[in-house]
Design a protein around this ligand. Structure first.
Ligand code: CP
Length: 641
């Protein structure tokens, strides 16, 4: 069984084969190869071309189509998961065609479907069948793709058609000129993949080469001050790149690929600003006399209707090719049905955390973040990132981010990653002993200890901790407007113990029950739960109009608190949220300020401040200790020294 989730799922030879099938589409249709087959179209986002051309293609092949006209009227609206929808619909149909607004959502569905799944566009990630139409159109117009120079223009950041297209152009040996609207440049992960996998590098193109021909006068892009917005990807050697980069004109542009501003993927209030347009001016330039204008459509106002009448405007042809190309693709996938499933492509770098907690993709629109229950956190582990960083590339959305902490599952020790650990980590990875964590908190939740620590110093003892909690409780009461609305929420695990102690102080003072809950910042469901026994039979905690005090043991970067706050504001609208921490280490990556602090202990990244509580550490008294972290590599160096 073959899926088509990314353009990378097809080899160049397979793409050529699909194009040959498309060339003989009328004959293909006459053979009715899809008789008795059913295709289901599940479009969670609007579509005209992709959906209707797929449905038309299936009918022309003699097959049948079932669809859900509006996914908001499907059981998705009742909260059905992508996994369950995929499982169920794949028992009604022989192939699924899916479009979704989350990056990687179609892959998640493919992992649960029992029939081939075709990606009809997922978030801002890929739209591989549009790329097939684009390449087919280019091939029809220009004979072959190798050696062509294609200018991709407009919203290169959010345009999924662009991402699939540039990978494919690179594979077929075309040059790509990027001409991005201001702030909408190709994402870093796309650039990195182009370089890493296809050997493409960026070379600047003289910016006035294209100035004025694709823009209204107020457009912001293409000024000499912003040369990075105009760049050429090529596989040519360095000397040629230098020559190209100094050329003002003379570069032969074979195609201009225009895109719409993807407003649906932009945050409210950020959709304004100028945007490049193609109009009559472009058509009048002698050097563009053979440059075809393409657009995946729909267009808004970036492509003037004037171009429709010109022989170079080939975008309606490009849309019409959707039917023969998709007929050919369906025929190809039916032929391949017994081939090996391609979704769970295991490669030598594939990494899945051996622990319950592990790294999370940093792309907020990735399906692993928006619907973790339908996914597995799977990554590619990539060495050689900027400044020797170790990177993880999410296997659903391809976003890349740095590894922060590494641990060994056998020794249950962890440390911050740095380049000196490269060989050690490679060895752990080979032996399947590598745990990766986004934070120290995550490692410690699983009982990991620092890899090696310097001498410990007690900086708060039992009575100081007790006094600090008592004082914080009094301050909480002083600020509280209505104790009936008070809710003490601890961040699991140490914050939860401290929250219960704070609540106990308040109960003694107020002679009444105080509601206590805990937040699990790593949970995928039931993230806020009650922990006070007096409320056991009560309905779930309501946050509406509550005066919440969020409690944690230590604040440093502020990331943990930020995660907890986002869970709170997703779950309800409290009247207020205040923050109580036993220890404030100073230094923030996120602007979060605690309202109540037990003790300020300014400390560096290499130091670790650890709160030990009797509930968490058996046979221990309460104490706060400070020590330095020493990485395994440093420890080795010390021994050698
Ligand atoms: N090009 C494209 O994907 O068009 P639709 O959104 O209409 O399917």
């Amino acid at each position: 069984m073959r899926n088509l989730l990314s353009i990378a799922d097809l080899t160049n030879d397979e793409i050529e084969h699909i194009f040959e099938l498309a060339d003989s589409a009328p004959k293909l249709g006459a053979d009715n190869p899809a008789t008795g087959q059913i295709m289901a179209t599940l479009f969670y986002e609007p579509s005209t071309r992709t959906r209707l051309s797929f449905e038309s293609a299936m009918h022309r092949l003699g097959g049948a189509v079932i669809t859900c006209p509006d996914m908001k009227a499907s059981s998705a609206a009742k909260g059905e998961s992508l996994a369950d929808t995929a499982k169920v619909v794949s028992s009604y149909a022989d192939v699924l065609v899916v479009r979704h607004y989350w990056d990687g959502a179609v892959q998640a569905m493919a992992e649960h479907a029992d029939v081939p799944v075709i990606n009809a566009g997922d978030g801002s990630r890929e739209h591989p069948t549009q790329t097939l139409c684009d390449l087919y159109t280019l091939r029809k117009e220009k004979g072959e793709i190798r050696g062509l120079t294609v200018v991709v223009c407009g919203d290169l950041k959010n345009g999924r058609t662009i991402h699939s297209l540039v990978f494919a152009l690179a594979r077929f040996g075309a040059n790509v000129v990027t001409l991005a609207a201001n702030g909408m440049e190709l994402p870093q992960y796309v650039l990195e993949r182009l370089e890493r996998e296809y050997g493409y590098s960026l070379a600047p193109v003289a910016s006035d080469d294209l100035t004025g021909v694709v823009t209204e006068t107020d457009a912001l892009y293409l000024t000499p001050k912003q040369p990075h917005q105009l760049a050429l990807f090529t596989q040519l050697d360095a000397a040629m790149q230098t020559r190209l980069s100094t050329m003002v004109s003379g570069l032969r542009y074979d195609a201009f690929y225009m895109t719409r501003k993807q407003k649906e993927r932009m945050k409210e209030g950020t959709t304004g600003g100028s945007y490049p347009t193609i109009g009559p001016k472009f058509l009048k330039e002698e050097r563009f006399k053979d440059t075809v204008v393409m657009h995946p459509l729909p267009r808004v106002d970036e492509l003037s209707p004037e171009v429709d009448k010109d022989r170079r405007g080939i975008y309606f042809k490009q849309a019409a090719y959707g039917v023969p190309v998709r007929m050919a693709l369906l025929k190809f996938l039916f032929e391949q049905r017994d081939a090996k499933k391609t979704t769970a492509k295991k490669n030598a770098n594939s990494y899945e955390s051996p622990e319950r907690l592990g790294p999370q993709c940093t792309n907020g629109n990735c399906v692993t973040v928006t619907e973790p229950r339908s996914t597995r956190r799977r990554f590619d582990l990539l060495s050689g990132g900027p400044s020797g960083a170790l990177l993880l590339a999410c296997s659903y959305c391809n976003h890349r981010f740095r590894v922060q902490f590494v641990g060994n599952v056998r020794s249950k020790h962890y440390c911050g990653y740095d380049i000196a650990l490269a060989d050690t980590v490679k060895d752990w990875f080979k032996k399947k002993e590598l745990a990766i964590f986004d934070s120290i908190k995550e490692a410690e939740e699983l009982g990991y200890e620092p890899y090696k620590s310097g001498p410990q110093r007690i900086i708060m003892d039992e009575s100081e901790i007790q006094n600090a909690l008592r004082e914080m409780s009094q301050e909480i009461l002083r600020d509280c407007q209505d104790p009936d609305r008070l809710l003490i929420l601890g961040i699991r695990t140490k914050g939860s113990y401290l929250a219960q102690r704070v609540a106990a102080e308040l109960e003694v003072d107020q002679k009444r029950r105080i509601e206590v809950g805990e937040i699990d910042i790593y949970g995928s469901a039931d993230e806020i739960r009650r922990i006070s026994s007096a409320y056991e039979d009560s309905p779930p905690i309501s946050l509406k109009d509550r005066e919440i005090t969020l409690v944690d043991d230590v604040i440093y970067t502020g990331r943990t608190v930020k995660s907890a706050l986002s869970i709170i504001f997703k779950a309800g609208r409290p009247q207020s949220v205040r923050l109580a921490v036993l220890i404030d280490r100073g230094h923030r990556e996120v602007p979060v300020k605690p309202t109540y602090v037990g003790k300020h202990i300014p400390s560096s990244e290499r130091e670790r401040v650890r709160v030990k509580l009797r509930e968490a550490e058996r046979d221990e008294k309460d104490k706060v200790v400070i020590y330095s972290l020493i990485s395994p590599a440093e420890a080795r160096a010390e021994r050698v020294g």
